[in-house]
Design a protein around this ligand. Structure first.
Ligand code: GLA
Length: 387
């Protein structure tokens, strides 16, 4: 890939003098959905697919962006002096947002950049292509200018850019999973205080299979922010009765005890999901530690049911993929992953059944939804790096 992107860089920018090539992964979340902005736990991992970037410093303040995924757009130019988000700026809002965020944090970027990207994460699929670009940009800036920031800081800066530049109110999970990724490990992260441990994912005789629904969605125009505010409101109602900082502070029993404080059935369902999903995530990691993959899979299935019925973020596409997966032989667990409203599902499937799984779920999806789903057998990879 390094050679391909350098060759294209030379074609587009004239030469590749002083260019360095970098990579940042995408991520998939195994369990712990819509818990990261509720002070709960998540359990994501970085993937071996992600975003490649070829970059070099400029002597002026210009920013010249080019994406091999959107060749028709050509070179998109901007300047370090006009770091503002706009609809026309398209994908370049992500690297620009991170450059802006560095400035906001007092880390001054002295000059512009030529940046070419190539991503092999399906766009808008819920595998965090945008967080991958954000962490990649931060990594490049640190490498160019020697800023004293850790990988965890790169995650926080990426989230800051997403929240304040791109106005998507996401939690920390995606940027954290990408910046802190570790080969063959998932990250058990407590979003209440950012404490985390790495859990080895040794799926003897099984693999992670991602099914992309090809139903496009953007977080900005989804109901993501609406779910967040429903949870915030439910939390405020609960706080009238019980001293908690976040929904993640409650276990199931405490929730059942205090839930009547929430004045509306819809908000009660949202909060119930946040509380139960957090507890499920803790139990899923315990199951994995005991090598109980069956229990882990059952908790994945229960996670989907809760996201479908209580959080209502699935939709017919994701439900079809998951419900067909549940019927297929050799499936340990299957659920939607990411924000929902389209995007992907994640399944753990025994090696011997993967081909039959793809055939069965793919055909049922095509028949019911009318277009195709794409399948990826993925591996867990490391975080960002220079190549
Ligand atoms: C998106 C957000 C994350 C998280 C998930 C849902 O991926 O970016 O912060 O909230 O949705 O778990």
């Amino acid at each position: 890939m390094k050679e391909t992107i350098l060759k294209r860089f030379t074609e587009v920018f004239g030469d590749a003098e002083g260019v360095k090539v970098y990579f940042a992964p995408g991520r998939v979340n195994l369990i712990g959905e819509h818990t990261d902005y509720n002070g709960g736990h998540v359990f994501p991992c970085a993937l071996t697919i992600g975003t490649y970037g070829a970059a070099r410093r400029r002597t002026d303040n210009k920013l010249c962006f080019y994406s091999m995924n959107f060749e028709k757009l050509g070179v998109i130019t901007s300047s370090m002096d006009e770091l503002t988000a706009s609809k026309e700026a398209g994908w370049t809002n992500y690297p620009k947002g991170v450059m802006w965020a560095f400035g906001e944090k007092g880390l001054k970027i002295p000059c512009g950049m030529d940046l070419m990207l190539y991503g092999n994460i399906p766009n808008g699929s819920g595998l965090s292509s945008s967080a991958s670009v954000e962490v990649l940009t931060g990594y490049i800036l640190r490498d160019f200018y020697g800023f004293d920031v850790s990988n965890q800081d790169l995650a926080l800066i990426g989230q800051y850019a997403e929240n304040n530049f791109n106005k998507v109110n996401c939690g920390i999970m995606d940027q954290f999973a990408i910046a802190m990724g570790k080969k063959d490990h998932a990250i058990f992260l407590d979003t209440a205080d950012l404490s985390y441990t790495y859990a080895p994912i040794a799926l003897e005789g099984a693999k992670i299979v991602i099914a992309c629904s090809n139903k496009k969605r953007g977080l900005g125009d989804s109901k993501y922010n609406e779910r967040r505010s429903e949870c915030e409101k439910a939390l405020a109602e609960l706080q009238e009765k019980v001293e908690i900082k976040s929904l993640g502070d409650l276990d199931e029993e405490a929730f059942e005890k205090y839930q009547s404080a929430i004045g509306d059935e819809v908000r009660r369902k949202r909060a119930r999901h946040a509380v139960y999903e957090n507890q499920r995530t803790i139990r899923a990691v315990e199951a994995l530690q005991k090598n109980d993959v069956i229990q882990f899979g059952q908790l994945m299935n229960a996670s989907h049911v809760s996201l479908r019925d209580d959080y209502e973020v699935t939709g017919i596409e994701l439900d079809t993929l998951v419900e067909e997966a549940w019927k297929a032989e050799g499936v340990i667990g299957s659920r939607m992953t990411g924000a929902g409203f389209g995007g992907c599902t994640v399944s753990i499937v025994k090696d011997a059944f993967i081909d039959a799984f793809i055939e069965r779920v793919g055909t049922a999806y095509q028949n019911k939804i009318g277009y195709q789903a794409d399948f990826y057998v993925v591996e867990i990879g490391d975080g960002p790096r220079a190549l």
